[in-house]
Design a protein around this ligand. Structure first.
Ligand SMILES: Cc1cc2nc3c(=O)[nH]c(=O)nc-3n(C[C@H](O)[C@H](O)[C@H](O)COP(=O)(O)O)c2cc1C
Length: 203
């Protein structure tokens, strides 16, 4: 099967969204934790999360265009702070429910029963149920001119994880902790490490 650009242009929009969000492959799935200036906590699942650099440790995520209310984006612009909380099967239903369009005054923590956790001095809430979570400070927002989406770039401030999950080499055992991956906006996967290869050099 070959799908042409012309056929993509004609494709029914929901089908095209599913295809577009599956095409790059499985990605991490985290709950983004933020808080409004009025003190309302917010959670939303995001999968467009990627490492942008290690020194300093920068993480980017893509948000949809701000043509409608986007609580996550607005809270990040206002407070410059957010958390990313890896999702596991134990609280997947609640995490997925956080993608529902709750009004601005409603906290997804209250709506789903997930537990907010704060570290001293932190503005954005962590999700207590998440085994690996980290806080970020806003560095920049890059407008993607082609379609109005935005790349939100943050520097990692604090990482919370079980001691056993961090190997001496720096590897983080996400699969051992049950952290999930996702494609599209409804499909979740467990992840399984199949091996590690040495740093490749020309043969
Ligand atoms: C599996 C999954 C992945 C998602 N990934 C993203 C994403 O990367 N970027 C985004 O803007 N929205 C993403 N969404 C949609 C948001 O979670 C959804 O629009 C949410 O209502 C946003 O809430 P907010 O208005 O509180 O920010 C995803 C939803 C699901 C279910």
């Amino acid at each position: 099967m070959i799908i042409s650009k012309g056929e993509l242009d004609q494709m029914e929009i929901r089908k095209k969204v599913q295809l577009a969000t599956s095409l790059p492959g499985a990605k991490p799935i985290c709950l983004v934790g933020t808080k409004s200036q009025a003190g309302v906590e917010n959670l939303a699942p995001f999968s467009s999360i990627t490492h942008l650099g290690s020194n300093p440790l920068l993480i980017g995520m893509v948000t949809r265009p701000d043509t409608v209310e986007r609580h996550t984006l607005q809270n990040i612009l206002d407070s410059k702070a957010w958390t990313l909380n890896h999702i596991t099967e134990e609280f997947l239903q609640a995490a997925h429910q956080c993608s529902a369009k709750y009004p601005g005054g409603v906290s997804e923590f209250e709506a789903t029963g997930l537990t907010a956790h704060y570290e001293a001095g932190g503005f954005a809430p962590f999700v207590a149920e998440s085994p690996v979570k980290f806080s970020l400070e806003l560095e920049e927002v890059i407008d993607i001119k082609s379609n109005g989406t935005k790349l939100i770039v943050g520097s990692v401030q604090q990482i919370i994880l079980p001691d056993v999950a961090l190997e001496a080499s720096g590897h983080l055992d996400l699969s051992g902790l049950g952290c999930l991956a996702s494609t599209a906006l409804d499909t979740y996967f467990s992840i399984q490490e199949i091996g590690r290869l040495p740093y490749a050099r020309p043969e």
